[in-house]
Design a protein around this ligand. Structure first.
Ligand SMILES: [Zn+2]
Length: 198
């Protein structure tokens, strides 16, 4: 029997994606045995992130700074903007520097089933961003789900009035596939073969 504190730690870890009760127990045991090399650095890192965690007011990314590291990076191409559903999609595309421009996170996708309306997403913020000028191309990188494609269609209509190119990722993404689970080669190919929104 573990103490309540250790039990609480195990339970907290077991709620993380990729963890179950057994792997959480193994991780806790490892943390307790290797306190100096794992527990203490983990505690320091968690505390530092927790104190500074914020949402970027420009793109919607989560980071420890606002603007986030991507928005603050002067080497990025201001003229191209990649629109994604979730922060996880942004991180997947940014993992291997696949996209050289800036990002915009909608915070979800339109869904009649789940009652997600345009005003629940960061679509107005996107329109304002494009309206401010300086952007030549918006790449819609929605998931290849029905809701993802409905969202892409809606967003492209909202951007119709602007003198910009609106493209979307090439087909070939698995139906229902989440960007985050695709390997970098597939992502790079989908980006290279992007096409104008019909
Ligand atoms: Zn940002």
């Amino acid at each position: 029997m573990a103490s309540p504190e250790i039990e609480a730690l195990t339970q907290a870890l077991s709620r993380l994606p990729g963890f179950g009760p057994r792997s959480a127990r193994r991780a806790v045991l490892h943390l307790l045995k290797k306190r100096e090399t794992t527990l203490d650095p983990l505690l320091a890192a968690l505390s530092a992130v927790s104190q500074k965690l914020t949402t970027c007011h420009i793109c919607g990314n989560v980071d420890t700074h606002d603007p986030c590291a991507i928005c603050a990076d002067p080497r990025r191409d201001d003229r191209s903007l990649c629109v994604v559903e979730e922060v996880a999609d942004l991180w997947a595309l940014d993992r291997a520097r696949l996209f050289p421009g800036r990002f915009h996170v909608l915070g979800g996708k339109l869904s009649a089933l789940d009652g997600v309306r345009p005003e629940d997403l960061r679509i107005d913020a996107l329109v304002r961003r494009v309206g401010a000028g300086g952007i030549d191309e918006v790449v819609l990188a929605m998931n290849a789900t029905l809701e993802g494609q409905t969202t892409a269609h809606y967003v492209s209509e909202r951007l119709e009035a602007f003198p910009i190119r609106v493209t979307q990722l090439a087909h070939g993404l698995p139906v229902g596939g989440e960007l985050d689970y695709l390997d970098e080669g597939t992502l790079a190919q989908a980006l290279r073969a992007r096409r104008p929104v019909a």
